[in-house]
Write a protein that binds this ligand. Structure first.
Ligand SMILES: NC(=O)c1ccc[n+]([C@@H]2O[C@H](COP(=O)([O-])OP(=O)(O)OC[C@H]3O[C@@H](n4cnc5c(N)ncnc54)[C@H](O)[C@@H]3O)[C@@H](O)[C@H]2O)c1
Length: 357
């Protein structure tokens, strides 16, 4: 297949992770153009790209002039929908960073625009492209956990420790919310993939630290009901953006009748590896049995190019653009992830259980 010609919009932090795919896989994906509303940011990024790349500060001009087939949108959340719809109307395939957009209507409009134009829309839910989590998927599909009982997960990052004051991620208007839409969305999407759809949620959100404005929550808890072949399974989420000196953690646990899966959080400063463990079989009994018996789950490489999930997702996008196959994390699929996010917010506002329809 010929390399997919891409224009990247938004040359900030995550664009650097995407750049690894363009740098190492030029046969599959060719970065033809880069665009950012900040001229300095885009010039700096173009230097990092090295080689020939066209530079723009206006996405509309890039769409018209750059000779690209696809866009890779890595911008602030409230720009995802307008940029994606503009790209669809210009007949370009779209890869957009998570979260898809800030409202239910925007998400639906993006899917509709892509379908109307006959282009691909894929959301960069990078965790589904991690070998460690593909290993967990393999175990889930094997059925060896037996009947599922419950799921719990964390989304814990202290943004205040590394983002400057007044960063857009603290602003509910630009980010669409706080920790839930920006970070918990990763695990909501991953757990849909691993376990099943979420039927309804009950949630409470709080804003504790004054850095978070315009309704951005820095704490959230939720009860979620997952639909599985075994029936409804109880789920629990705890999320914080500002817990003081907290251990960074996006761990999750899946409890079944015959075993439990446990994703170990990174324990040392430099080790960010996601390691999933499993405990199998009947407990041996006795207090000591609580502490042992964890076995690492082998990562699954089938269908992936390597360990780097950003490279894996971008190559998957290119392959789907060439073949017309629906991406694993298509916009249509992602509507179901975003419905959980918006249901959490609605439940936090109303105090009621909210169906994720
Ligand atoms: N997958 C992950 O693990 C992960 C990690 C971090 C961020 N992200 C996502 O990536 C996206 C970008 O986050 P970031 O941390 O790179 O942000 P960032 O602030 O570092 O960069 C965003 C860039 O977009 C530019 N921009 C904003 N509006 C624009 C517009 N209309 N047109 C062109 N450029 C525009 C800004 O000038 C900025 O340079 C977000 O959706 C975020 O949630 C994903």
């Amino acid at each position: 297949m010929a390399a997919l010609r891409v224009g990247l919009i938004g040359t900030g932090g995550i664009a650097r992770a995407h750049l690894r795919a363009y740098r190492h896989y030029p046969q599959q994906v060719q970065l033809k153009a880069v665009c950012d509303v900040q001229a300095e940011a885009v010039e700096q990024f173009a230097q990092e790209v090295g080689g020939e790349v066209q530079v723009y500060t206006d996405p509309e001009v890039m769409l018209k002039e750059a000779g690209i087939e696809a866009v890779d949108i890595c911008t602030v959340h409230n720009t995802h929908a307008p940029l994606a719809i503009m790209a669809a109307d210009a007949g370009k395939h779209i890869l957009v960073e998570k979260p898809m957009a800030c409202t239910r209507q925007e998400c639906a409009d993006m899917v509709q625009a892509a379908e109307r134009a006959g282009v691909q829309l894929m959301v960069a839910q990078c965790q589904r492209y991690m070998p460690a989590f593909r290993g967990v998927k393999r175990v889930m599909e094997s059925g060896e956990l037996g009947r599922l009982h419950a799921i719990r997960f964390d989304a814990m990052q202290n943004m205040l420790a590394f983002l400057p004051p007044r960063h857009w991620l603290y602003d509910g208007q630009q980010a669409g919310g706080g920790i839930v839409i920006s970070v918990a969305v990763h695990k909501l999407d991953l757990l849909r993939y691993l376990v099943g759809e979420v039927r309804r949620v009950h949630a409470v959100c709080r804003t504790q630290h004054p850095a978070f404005i315009n309704g951005a929550e820095d704490y959230a808890v939720a009860t979620l009901e997952f639909e599985t072949p075994d029936g409804t399974v109880l789920g629990e989420m705890f999320a914080t953006y500002s817990g003081f000196r907290l251990p960074w953690s996006e761990q999750f646990m899946i409890f079944g009748e015959q075993g439990a899966i446990y994703m170990v959080p990174p324990l040392s400063g430099h080790d960010r590896t996601m390691i999933a463990s499993i405990r199998r079989g009947t407990p041996a009994g006795g207090w000591e049995s609580q502490f042992g018996g964890f076995e690492a789950i082998e990562p699954e490489m089938e269908g992936l190019s390597g360990q780097d999930n950003f490279i894996n997702e971008i190559l998957h996008f290119a392959e789907c653009c060439a073949s017309g196959r629906e991406p694993l994390t298509s916009g249509r699929d992602n509507l179901k992830t975003m419905r959980i996010v918006f249901a959490i917010y609605e439940s936090a506002r109303t105090g009621q259980w909210v169906e994720c329809e």
